[in-house]
Design a protein around this ligand. Structure first.
Ligand SMILES: [Fe+2]
Length: 348
């Protein structure tokens, strides 16, 4: 509560300061420019709530992970972006390594976000978590048949899988985790096993789920929130989500972060810090109409925040925290190379 009050007091002072003392630059200082690879609409509810709380306008440019990273690289010091927001910790790590992001000085962020979900040098922070797991139809698949990502290579799943193409970051990051844990050779055998099962490649997690429902495949590999959305609009939605690799000796389900960093060229650094602090605050991490994680049914990163009731309905599970999010960047290229090498479908 004390943290929230301090935040609003600071915001108020900032607004007053802009208007009263710096009218000539007010336009510039009243904005935070965001390059976002999130694809859930440009005006997300928490962004609007931030503007209402602070008077700082949030301007969003959307694009794919690769396109916006390339744009940041090309624009260099001339970029208008203050914040680079992505749906992949690896991409944030790559941007940080290339000097495109700067360390963020904020006790609020270090308090709100656990170390496992942010860069050690604070060049980026995670703001929500998403699990890549298995969607299945309980009418045709017994949950006892499901176990691990590796087991999808079993020939019993031949002709029964729907998967996202290998050009998509969701597939690349999942495969990067296999390389991290199993080594290149064993990871390659697993992915080759998936390929041998002749999956239907569909470049949309929502359409993968629809295909499972329609019986075109029995299992799909998807991010958890796409199913949560469908359950939200139909509480009797017949498909289920399975968190892989949950056995006692196993590493847990692979997850990625949606997170953000502040660009090295940011003209509105202070506004960018306030923006990220706002998104990490308990009030915006907890379920509500302005929640950052919840409005897309993602998991909060703030450990004091609760998950949306629909996600609680998915049951207890463990995340794979043995693959540090700070290392996702190191296995991304190897994952892409592996996918191409084994003939995994790169397009739909
Ligand atoms: Fe997504």
């Amino acid at each position: 509560m004390r943290r929230l009050s301090a935040f609003f007091l600071l915001s108020l002072l900032l607004v007053i300061f802009n208007i009263a003392v710096l009218p000539a630059t007010a336009q510039n200082r009243g904005v935070v420019n965001v390059y976002s690879t999130r694809h859930y609409g440009p005006t997300e509810a928490p962004f609007t709530a931030f503007t209402e709380a602070t008077g700082i306008e949030v301007r969003v440019s959307q694009g794919s992970n690769q396109a916006l990273l390339d744009r940041l690289r090309a624009e260099g010091n001339r970029t208008v972006a203050d914040v680079f927001m992505t749906i992949d910790a690896g991409t944030l790590g790559i941007a940080a390594d290339e000097g495109l992001l700067q360390p963020i000085v904020s006790d609020v962020l270090t308090a709100n976000i656990p170390e496992a979900f942010r860069d050690a040098d604070m060049r980026w922070v995670g703001l929500s978590a998403r699990v890549r797991g298995i969607v299945y139809n309980p009418a045709v698949v017994d949950v006892g048949e499901l176990s691990t990502y590796e087991a999808l290579a079993d020939e019993k799943w031949a002709g029964r899988l729907c998967m996202r193409p290998g050009s998509h970051i969701y597939t690349i990051s999942l495969v990067s985790s296999l390389i991290y844990h199993l080594g290149e050779e064993q990871a390659e055998a697993v992915v080759a096993g998936w390929v041998a099962n002749n999956p239907i490649y569909i470049d949309s997690d929502t359409r993968i789920i629809e295909s499972v429902l329609a019986g075109q495949c029995d299992l799909g590999v998807v991010n958890h929130y796409y199913l949560a959305r469908l359950i939200n609009s139909d509480s009797q939605y017949p498909l289920k989500f399975f968190f892989p690799n949950q056995g006692e000796d196993e590493r847990g389900a692979f997850f990625n972060l949606s997170g953000a960093g502040i660009t090295s060229a940011a003209l509105n650094y202070d506004n960018a810090v306030l923006f990220l602090e706002f998104l990490s605050s308990l009030e915006v991490q907890n379920p509500s109409d302005i929640s950052f994680p919840t409005t897309n049914f993602e998991f909060p990163v703030n450990p004091e925040a609760e998950a949306h009731p629909i996600l609680q309905g998915f049951g207890e599970f463990k995340l794979d925290e043995t693959y540090p999010t700070t290392e996702y960047k190191d296995y991304q290229q190897a994952a892409l190379d592996l996918l191409e090498r084994v003939g995994y479908g790169m397009t739909e």
